[in-house]
Design a protein around this ligand. Structure first.
Ligand code: T6T
Length: 331
């Protein structure tokens, strides 16, 4: 019968082996510090760009599911609108609770950096999801689509639909948003390859569909040769679809829009929008949680993770390999 001392040595040896395999159940093996074992029970928060936006809802649902599978204490919230003065207090209040991890989609490339720097220096691991800030020191990982590439895909699709002639306009959210700025860059650079197409000055709608609807109608009045529109995101796409219908121009003016939220899908079916560049917001949410988990577990973390995009048209939208990218309005 081994004595107590040897029993303890045996028990400690067994615990070490189990801990390495992640199957430890030997009392409190958690050292409590930043290197504490695993992602389980880590407090992780997600703050999205706009809470009611199906892109961010789809992202949040997937992040929540992945975090739950890893045993994290996970909650999500989002700004009421695309506005620094609305998102900053939300970020600061979430951070005040000193979470272990924060996934965040900053609505501006620089205005929120002081808050994020403070949060990071207090020990919270930050994952930038979808949008990012210019300061490269912020975030242990950045997960997003290749937005410039998405802009190029939209330009080529639209040029083809316009038979490479006429005027085209870009309507987007507001300057200083990393994702939509990159889409516009990709789009306008690619469109310059089509000499028969004139790119009009970009307009910004502050993520308000009604503004986009009004802007497309005034553009139609000023440019009768308008043949195409690139919508930088969901609300812009929705607004342009409404404006073209009101002007009786649906189908006559071709539209390539980013994203694939329910109303955009309906507009695609109706022929008011012609191409949707869909992202994979669920993949963004899942991969960001996985990168935070890797950090908690002391494993290598990818500084930058690119996710899929797919061009959706009326012709391919019935294919399950395409429709799986449709965004959701709830989990
Ligand atoms: O297009 C997405 C997102 O990628 C972008 O950063 C902001 O707008 C959306 O959320 C769609 O509304």
């Amino acid at each position: 019968m081994p004595n107590i001392r040897s029993r303890r040595r045996l028990s400690a040896a067994v615990c070490t082996v189990l801990a390495l395999t992640g199957a430890a159940a030997c009392g409190s093996s958690d050292d409590g510090g930043s290197g504490s074992a695993g992602a389980a029970h880590k407090k992780v928060r997600l703050v999205t760009g706009v809470k009611s936006d199906p892109f961010y809802i789809t992202m949040s649902c997937a992040a929540q599911e992945e975090a739950k599978a890893k045993g994290m204490d996970f909650t999500t919230d989002g700004s009421a609108q695309w506005d620094v003065s609305v998102q900053r207090p939300l970020i600061d209040s979430v951070a005040a609770a000193r979470p272990d991890g924060l996934l965040v989609s900053p609505v501006d490339t620089s205005a929120l950096t002081p808050s994020l720097r403070q949060i990071q220096s207090s020990g919270t691991k930050i994952a930038l999801v979808d949008t990012e800030v210019t300061d490269a020191s912020i975030g242990i990982t950045r997960v997003s689509s290749d937005n410039e590439k998405g802009g190029r895909v939209a330009a080529d699709a639209l040029a083809k639909l316009m038979n490479e002639k006429g005027s085209v306009i870009v309507i987007s959210v507001k300057p200083g948003v990393s994702t939509t700025d990159a889409r516009i860059k990709g789009f306008t650079e690619e469109m310059s390859k089509y000499p028969g197409i004139k790119v009009l000055p970009t307009l910004y709608d502050n993520d308000l569909p009604a503004t986009a609807a009004s802007q497309i109608q005034s553009t139609l009045a000023a440019h009768p040769d308008l043949g195409g529109v690139f919508a930088g995101n969901t609300n812009t796409g929705k607004g342009i679809a409404t404006g073209l219908k009101q002007a009786g121009k649906q189908g006559a003016v071709k539209v390539a829009a980013f994203d694939a939220e329910p109303e955009e899908i309906e507009a695609l079916k109706a022929g008011t929008l012609q191409v949707l560049v869909a992202q994979d917001p669920a993949g963004i949410g899942r991969q960001a949680v996985d990168q935070l988990a890797a950090a908690f577990e002391g494993k290598p973390v990818q500084k930058s993770v690119g996710t899929t995009m797919v061009a959706i048209t009326k012709a391919n939208m019935g294919d399950p390999s395409v429709s799986k990218y449709f965004y959701k309005s709830d989990c």
